[in-house]
Design a protein around this ligand. Structure first.
Ligand code: 13P
Length: 247
């Protein structure tokens, strides 16, 4: 299975950044054995589709409905029409800032999967929960709640410990690998043998400096990258480390 490296631009970017990033990206050597995805703010999807070569498109969220009176929402089939193959669902920022529940996350993931997209379902514990030794319990419960009736085809899990997001404090490879192993077993128990093949990617202060070490871990299949994905060179270096890890 090739590595999977996803850029989450969050609420950053502009048409100028899209043009600059695209130009720099095209000047970098092409990568093999890695699926590279960019999830920009929704209005830039069209421009990115034209400017970025060799990258898949993704979205940062989707509606938990297909259509109707839901002002401000964007439905999975609309994302599909704009060429999205992936959609991040249940990011901790959506869970904590917008009150998204596991049940909503599961509804979104079911809709995305039914539309033929890859739902990238995010889970992760807070610092308080880790310090209280509850991280395995929290992540396992989040997984089961967020995957209710979600099929395993096309599913991707992102482990993002909240304390490592945007803080510069990465989980050590040992901490990340331990949780990825827990998630792998959880997926096998939930889906049977096929669950073992679900890609599990890590997010939280992934940088060119720590990427190789993380990708060297058995159960880390790629990364969900925030800050370092806004700069073409550093994102390429991370994707390149994932590609080397698979070679
Ligand atoms: P950073 O890479 O900026 O820590 O963000 C991680 C993240 O939340 C990606 O979804």
């Amino acid at each position: 299975m090739p590595g999977l490296v996803i850029a989450n631009w969050k609420l950053h970017g502009s048409l100028a950044l899209v043009a600059e990033f695209g130009q720099q990206w095209r000047a970098l050597p092409p990568l093999s054995d890695v699926e590279v995805v960019v999830c920009p703010p929704t209005p830039y999807l069209g421009a990115i589709r034209e400017a970025f070569e060799g990258m898949r498109l993704g979205a940062q969220d989707c509606a938990d409905q297909r259509e109707g009176a839901f002002t401000g929402e964007v439905a999975v089939q609309m994302l599909g029409e704009f060429g999205c193959r992936y959609v991040i669902i249940g990011h901790s920022e959506r869970r904590s800032l917008y009150g998204e529940t596991d049940a909503q996350v599961a509804r979104k993931a079911r809709l995305a999967s039914a539309e033929g997209l890859h739902p990238v379902v995010c889970v992760g514990e807070s610092l308080e929960q880790r310090e209280a030794g509850q991280e395995v319990k929290v992540v396992s419960e989040q997984l089961l709640g967020s995957l209710a009736q979600v099929p395993c085809e096309r599913l991707v899990i992102a482990y993002e410990p909240i304390w490592a997001i945007g803080t510069g404090r990465t989980a050590t490879p040992e901490q990340a690998e331990a949780m990825h192993g827990v998630i792998r077993r959880c997926m096998q128990e939930h889906f049977g043998a096929v669950g073992a093949a679900i890609p599990i990617i890590y997010g939280g202060s992934v940088k060119p400096e720590n990427a190789s070490e993380l990708f060297g871990c058995e159960n880390i299949d790629g990364a969900l990258v925030g800050g370092a994905s806004l700069e073409a060179k550093s994102f390429w270096q991370i994707a390149s480390a994932a590609s080397a890890g698979r070679a």
